[in-house]
Ligand binder design. Sequence first.
Ligand SMILES: [Zn+2]
Length: 138
Amino acid sequence: MSIPWNWDAMPKTPEEGEAKAREWALLATSKRCRVHRIPMKFYSSRTHCRFRCPKRGCNVEISEGIGSFFEECRLKMHIAIGLMYCFTGDWSYKDARHELRSRSDEAGSAELSPGTIAAWYLIFLHLFIHTEFIIVTI
Ligand SMILES: [Zn+2]
């Protein structure tokens, strides 16, 4: 079964964004405790998704975004993924801003400035050039 790849299929909430990012392997699905070298347990709440060592007394926690493309991302995941979609569709900043505004779960949370959109488009451009470079050199 093929998955439709269109704007309607993009995540609409932060929770959907994080779930899709995990599904598409943009976020880690497992981590190991660096102290005990055992698999960590995944915990999610409305505000944080983290891996925590299950060993009693161990306080090692790792955010699910650490080590991923989204490590330094301050945007909610559904907005970042939406921006990626807008970039690949060559959408104008105005169109991206307009469409992402409608995906906001909080007043003003998806109000992206043209500067933010430009910065993310540049990141995606570098990412895709770098990816293309790797594909070409293999
Ligand atoms: Zn541990």
